[in-house]
Design a protein around this ligand. Structure first.
Ligand code: NAD
Length: 353
């Protein structure tokens, strides 16, 4: 198949991890007879420097036309003045909104070879395979805000339609996995959570009778995620709870450098990016872990291009590379670390296996 993929390297280690991931996609294309065209554009700090804004119109237009977007990371000390009018992160929020992406998927599957890197006991982590789906465009982050000398407010608002669409996305994923959905809210206190629970229960009853659903309060979810992570398949939750739970879940996998993400909307298009940031402390050294970006490319093949076999081939190759201790500095024993490019090559070498 032919696919147009917009590539947004961004800042810091962004260009290095993208440069490592593209040859993996090219190798997959060669092996499976596909033709991927990569179109590079600016976002984040580099876009502020070159165009005066974090999301230039040309970048958004290209992203909206593309089959999918692969993104590195944005931000860095050069652009981090909190009083600055334009900031790199605004580019991320604007492109998600501009593409209508409302579901953020974060798979967490700790790899056997990297279990030691997690602060959680290894015996709790074996066999963990969780998909967290976070609502991305509603809730308290986007509600009206007020501020006076003596108080401040943030409005949390959800519509029935917003809850329905993200619950559907999550339930479809659960159906294609182990058939279990956990919907997380704070329905004992928040009205938006009572709406969330009612809508989630109805959607599951009417449209997904074959998927088991469980409703869980966010505070107990925070505990169970660490004490019995194997019990979960797909977890769906609202924006702020998801922001916090996804970072907590990332600790199960040990290194930030191993975790991919996908942001999806109603159609096939999506943005795929590692969950980590631009790591300015190691930028330019060629030592960043490229696996999260390579695994994000696998999600791109699965969710935007429908290439399940090719996605699984990348995931198996990353597994095999980790099994062979092909580690970058964040995971390796002193003196044993591979460079970013060598780690990507270790994946390419195992693609056919
Ligand atoms: P970070 O994720 O960039 O780095 C945290 C720590 O993890 C650092 O020590 C870094 O070296 C390490 N790390 C991250 N990714 C790594 C990788 N692939 N391989 C090896 N080590 C890795 O978070 P931060 O330091 O809080 O933020 C740095 C900048 O990134 C800030 O400007 C922040 O705003 C931005 N940021 C961007 C995104 C994004 O683009 N989606 C997400 C988070 C932070």
């Amino acid at each position: 198949m032919h696919a147009d993929i917009v590539v947004l390297p961004g800042d810091g280690i962004g260009p290095e991890i993208i440069a490592a991931a593209l040859p993996v996609l090219e190798a997959v294309a060669r092996r499976h007879g596909h033709d991927f065209a990569f179109h590079e554009h600016d976002i984040g700090g580099i876009a502020i420097d070159r165009h005066g804004q974090p999301l230039p119109a040309a970048t958004l237009e290209a992203a909206q036309k593309a089959d999918a977007v692969l993104l590195g990371a944005v931000g860095g000390p050069k652009w981090s003045d909190p009083n600055a009018k334009v900031r790199p992160e605004q580019g991320l929020l604007a492109i998600r909104k501009g593409m209508g992406l409302f579901a953020n998927l974060r798979p967490v599957r700790p790899h056997a070879a990297a279990l030691g890197a997690s602060p959680i006991k290894s015996e709790l982590l074996e066999g963990v395979d969780i998909m967290v789906v976070r609502e991305l465009t509603g809730g308290i982050y986007f509600g009206d805000k007020t501020r006076s000398d003596t108080d401040a407010t943030d409005l949390c608002r959800y519509t029935v339609a917003e809850v329905e669409r993200v619950v559907r996305r999550a339930a479809e994923l659960a159906r294609s996995r182990r058939g279990h959905l956990t919907s997380v809210d704070k329905a004992n206190v928040l009205e938006t959570s009572r709406l969330w629970r009612d809508v989630a229960a109805r959607v599951m009853r009417e449209e997904f009778p074959d998927v088991a659903v469980e409703h869980q309060l966010v505070d107990s979810m925070a505990m169970h995620l660490l004490s019995k992570p194997r019990a979960y398949d797909v977890i769906v939750t609202e924006n702020m709870f998801g922001d916090i739970l996804t970072d907590e879940a990332s600790m199960l996998a040990g290194s930030l450098g191993l975790l991919p993400s996908a942001s999806l909307g109603a159609g096939k298009a999506g943005i795929y990016e590692p969950i980590h940031g631009s790591a300015p402390d190691i930028a330019g050294k060629g030592i960043a872990n490229p696996y999260a970006t390579i695994l994000s490319a696998a999600l791109l093949l699965r969710h935007s291009l429908g290439l399940e076999q090719e996605a699984a081939a990348i995931e198996a190759a990353v597994d095999a590379a980790l099994h062979a201790q092909a580690f970058t500095a964040d995971l390796a024993a002193p003196g044993r670390a591979l460079s970013t490019g060598q780690a990507a090559q270790a994946v390419i070498d195992r693609l056919g296996a």
